[in-house]
Design a protein around this ligand. Sequence first.
Ligand code: NDP
Length: 472
Amino acid sequence: MAAAEIGVIGLGVMGANLALNIADNGYHVAVYNRTSARTAEFAANAGALADRVTACATLEEFVSAIRPPRPVIIMVKAGEPVDQQIEALKPLLQDRDIIIDAGNANFRDTMRRFTALEGTGLTFIGMGVSGGEEGARHGPSIMVGGAEAAWKRVEPVLTAISAKYEGEACAAWLGENGAGHFVKTIHNGIEYADMQMIAEVYGVMRDHLGMDAPTIAAVFSAWSTGPLDSYLIDITAEVLKVHDAATGKAIVDVIVDAAGQKGTGRWSAIESQMMGVPATAIEAAVAARSLSAMRAERARAESLLGLPARQDRRNSQEVIDDLEKALLAGKIAAYAQGFAVMAAASREFGWNLPMPTIARIWRAGCIIRSRFLGEIATAFGADPDVSNLALTPAFSAMIKDTDASLRRIVAEAALNGLPVPALSSALGYFDTYRRARGTANLIQAQRDFFGAHGFERFDAEGEQHGPWGGTS
Ligand code: NDP
């Protein structure tokens, strides 16, 4: 009789660690990888867990090693490879087997795959996993989308391998079909914004205050015990402390300033635009990564356009204190926007996404885990349908407390030509969001002038047109 209770296909960074995590939690796992040398290497390094691992050289061997009905986790490169794996698996699987795509899929692909498998007897789950290598090995945050009945069947193993926050599993079913992958995408979009704003704050300390990496590390370390307490702040302090053995410099000073991206941040920005929900901090972060990659062009622009003259700067400690609060204000904007995008998607796709649960399963295991997410979970717990985090009592108080600092940092950076696109987009967002009387009356007048698009009046019903000298 087949011994394995679950299977993992793909033994790259994430799949290998997830498989070990599963075995570590007492489950017998079958594994398979396209390149069999990697499977052999995995089996050879499984150590004490080898008894609970069946390493398979072929897909047929893999499928027959798992006890039906089989849960099969696919953890390969996102995109076409996932479709190829599903096609290869389909003829080998039986009714009630569950295919779980745990990679960073575009949720629209997940919905397509979900529909394609309907009526085949097979079930599909789209599962977002966050936490990187370490999370996969010792407890990631797990965001599940698919039929609730299918989730119930895999819930024991997924909750067992997930991160725990004060004993509570950071794994949850979030809704039908693409819900899990959508939430993971927005998680990554928020992660982009978080990382970008941290980098902007680092830039102000480095280029404006003239601080070296170890001194900046000490500031981030101090912040990690306050309201910014988070995994990303912790690792920022860690990386800033590390020296490069070859040059003796701080390692960050020998790393090329061009960021990579694999798509989830861009998808977050695209989907937010598609739904008409502003996610300016995420958009700014994605654009900043794209600009960072244009290194040669930036160098040409600097030699042609030069940098603005330095202005007098305030006392360093005053600036550092403002930076801490500015970062918190920027975070509030990014999370408020990310959650608003999820609320819109939930309405559009009928997912009924549970906002408090999402905040709760992000409190541990994932890259954006933080004290702040505990506060978001509490705020959504008290008012799950609030349209914007900024309107909750706790976060409106935080915005009032940090607003002046964000304003001073963005102004000081602008005067000195220091790029803070995500922080300034956060400020622009709040300033637009909280002003009851906006300026779109002029835009409506312009639209009506050139295109007869019509406008509403405060003092009349129905569509109106302006007296535009006969042009309308
Ligand atoms: P790796 O690059 O470490 O491994 C990629 C895996 O995909 C390998 O097992 C590779 O097999 C397999 N693969 C690639 N192309 C094909 C194909 N055409 N057919 C079958 N298998 C294929 O990737 P990761 O483990 O980092 O990522 C896996 C998934 O997890 C991705 O979707 C990624 O976005 C997601 N993810 C990654 C995180 C991370 O921090 N790294 C965090 C969260 C999600 P082979 O050995 O034969 O090349």
